[in-house]
Design a protein around this ligand. Structure first.
Ligand SMILES: Cc1cc2nc3c(=O)[nH]c(=O)nc-3n(C[C@H](O)[C@H](O)[C@H](O)COP(=O)(O)O)c2cc1C
Length: 388
């Protein structure tokens, strides 16, 4: 197998902070909240820089920015707890990474023997005493003795390249692939409540594995969660219209912020990602619909990332565009090569610093899915309006 071409490469010059973040972000971690109490006040910070150190004596280390209020409180109290978050704790992770005045408001807690708050529902608690605080550049590294350790059932929250996710065992991954294929094979006008028990029987696997796969697909936007049930729902024109309007609003705003200000290396990366999207359309069809959706996702998300706002990126991802596109497309779907022309023109507008052209291309691009769908219906002989 040949080595793939690198995404980020510093070569022999010094590694920039951006490159380091991008490359180290490939190291997937769990997510914890470090909690402590000092002088009657409770502190807490989301942290992924946590590592076990020695098992005899049991020791671990945490790295906290010196600007963090929690870091100062850990330094002063000499005690803390590590709360390992569960996969449904994205809200807690976000809350404890924010600067809200009272991070504990509405969060169920208990108190550890060393006085640190313990988050109820965490999948592990480690009660720690600082052995040595080390100052390392912008951070404190706290080497600590683990005085008590408790684990609970549950699956961990994962963090990879700036996104929260789930850890997956190999059997989970293979069931997810099969369940996903079934949902995609259902077509875009099917309405079905998924019968977890029947699917488990048909695939010969435990119903829990099916359930976990459904949770992941709902997060991706491929199916809908309603009460305790999971539904395959049709993808009518009205949903495509609504989501693409929101996408256009975000992307036009991003263009206003970034056209003319993007760095040359960012423009080069944008062009590379655009070029990766070419070649997926041949003779009026997608050669590989899933490949197209993924390449298209990387290109558009990179544009959003250029604004440097995690909130914007998160909002954009909540539109679940890849899931919507995957449900709406199949191998036979009509595909217009204008999609690729739009991408090319968009990058050219970025390179020319021409925000008006970029906005105009984005507008025409946002109309393509419905345009293509209507073409598709005409080609297949169905009246265009019948789908909605
Ligand atoms: C997934 C994730 C992991 C983080 N890991 C760390 C970390 O290891 N060390 C750190 O100092 N900050 C980390 N942060 C940032 C802090 O949570 C954030 O700066 C927080 O606002 C600090 O709160 P405080 O000032 O109340 O202590 C992380 C944030 C997120 C979302």
């Amino acid at each position: 197998m040949s080595t793939p071409s690198p995404v980020t490469q510093s070569g022999s010059r010094p590694v920039t902070a951006r490159e380091f973040r991008d490359v180290i972000g490939r190291f997937a971690t769990g997510v914890t909240v470090i909690t402590t109490e000092y002088d009657g006040v409770r502190y807490g910070s989301t942290a992924s820089a946590v590592s076990s150190l020695t098992d005899d004596p049991p020791m671990l280390l945490i790295c906290l920015n010196r600007t963090s209020a929690t870091a100062a409180a850990v330094r002063d109290s000499g005690t803390f707890a590590v709360n390992v978050l569960a996969e449904d704790h994205v809200d807690l992770a976000t809350r404890f990474a924010s600067r809200v005045p009272d991070k504990y408001e509405g969060v169920p807690t208990e108190t550890a023997s060393n006085g640190s708050p313990l988050l109820v529902g965490a999948i592990a608690h480690l009660i720690c005493r600082v052995a040595e605080p080390v100052e390392a550049g912008t951070h404190y590294v706290f080497l600590a003795h683990v005085e008590e350790a408790t684990s609970y059932p549950g699956h961990p929250l994962a963090y990879f390249r700036g996104r929260f996710g789930r850890m997956q065992t190999a059997p989970e991954a293979s069931v997810l692939r099969e369940v996903r294929a079934r949902v995609l094979d259902a077509g875009s006008d099917v309405e079905e409540v998924i019968d977890t028990g029947r699917w488990a029987e048909e695939l010969g696997v435990d119903a829990n594995l099916i359930h976990r796969a459904l949770v992941a697909l709902a997060d991706e936007g491929l199916i809908r969660r309603q009460g305790g049930e999971y539904l395959i729902t049709p993808v009518p024109d009205s949903i495509i219209d609504e989501v693409y309007k929101a996408k256009l609003a975000i992307e036009t705003g991003i263009a206003q912020l970034t056209v003319g200000t993007a760095e040359p290396e960012q423009l080069a990366r944008l062009r590379e990602l655009m070029e990766d999207t070419l070649g997926f359309v041949k003779d009026g069809h997608f050669t590989d619909p899933e490949g197209w959706v993924r390449a298209n996702e990387r290109f558009h998300e990179y544009m959003v990332e250029l604004a440097g706002s995690a909130i914007l990126l998160d909002t954009y991802r909540r539109l679940c565009l890849p899931g919507l596109n995957l449900r709406a497309l199949d191998g036979g779907s009509y595909a217009s090569s204008s999609l690729l022309d739009d991408h090319r023109e968009l990058v050219e507008a970025y390179e020319a610093g021409d925000v008006d052209t970029a906005a105009a291309v984005l507008r025409q691009h946002a109309g393509r899915p419905l345009e293509m769908r209507h073409q598709d219906q005409l080609r297949r002989g169905a009246p265009a309006a019948a789908v909605d």
